[in-house]
Design a protein around this ligand. Sequence first.
Ligand code: ZN
Length: 424
Amino acid sequence: MTIAPIKADTMIRHIGQLVTLAQQPLPHANGPLQIIANAAIATHHGRITWIGSDDEAAQLFQYASTDAAQDITIIDAGGVVVTPGLVDSHTHLLFAGDRAEEFHLRRSGVTYAELLRQGRGILTTMHATRDTPTETLLELALARLATMRSYGTTTVEVKTGYGLDFASEERCLQIIHTLNTAHETPDHTSNAMRVVPTFLGAHSVPPEYKGRRGAYVDIIIEQMLPAFVGLARFCDVYCEREAFTMDETRRILTRAQELGYQLKIHADQLSPSGGTKLAAEMGAISADHLDYASDSDLDALREAGVVATLLPGCSYTLRTPYPSARRLLDRGLAVALATDFNPGTSYSENMQMMLELAMSAMGMTLEEALAAIMIQGARALALQDEIGSIEVGKRCELALWSIHDYHEIGYHFGVNLVQSVLIA
Ligand SMILES: [Zn+2]
């Protein structure tokens, strides 16, 4: 009998529990997360070519080693839990300055809406970002990406939205593009995180357009969107009472869609703004926040196949009630979790904490929360065919945890349970 050679340049062996999250049943795998005990993975040029038990891997390796053409690197996982790398599908990572003062003002009772009315909030960060040299912005972003990776994240969506004029937004998109290639581990191996660029020029109306907001919307539609094709994959709008109206959102996203952008909406976060319904109507990839979405809005999202992204870091920071993930899951929606990492309303890079908040305050089970920070996050970026689960043909982007049983996740909280990530 001849064995078909499996292409492999790297094998990861001695995986105690491989949490695959495979969408199709796998041989030897069990439960809703499709877990394989004592597992191994083979990869070739960064793609998974084989998944199975470590015993089988030993035979496979023996076979492969007889082939002089194959030179396989073996990585020993040491018996720990291995999962897909975490996917943070909603961040505002590129900014300068901080808003610690504002945070503590809110803690003393000032509302976020009041701060926005005072021209604080997003505009404080806009000024700091505009005034900071590109080199410094890049360094700040790289440090934040390194923190995210240390907590297991391998893919990060990064929005613009603190430039708010043509030149500043373009500069931010170019920095995001650089992040995609520049991020290296301390030992300078190529372990680049995947960075997905989103144009969020419609984050806030900049002060120079006070009283003539229509002119700013026109500039987004007529100048920024056409110029940024190819620099951003997604176009997002902050559809909210204090930001952009439903009509403005619809105009911007309609133009973006014509130009080939995929769509996201900050929807119904602080008030029922109509953003959720619009996301369904326009076939957005995700609708994010959803604190004030009605049952019929949610049903429309489900019917349109839009991913519902919940951002518990905002509820933590703003001390508003957590959106019920249970309510969404029971209505059959695909629910992702993300950090919404930003200096005003969610200053945390840590996806493990989002899982912990979702399990403690939003009604998610461990299985649902793990899916929400992996495969559902990938869906929220339209990358579910590439990442988010461990399956043959997908990219090999893994989180290696420092635990031997995945049930520790969410139970042992407030500490970093990830020891490293592997991006083959
Ligand atoms: Zn956001």
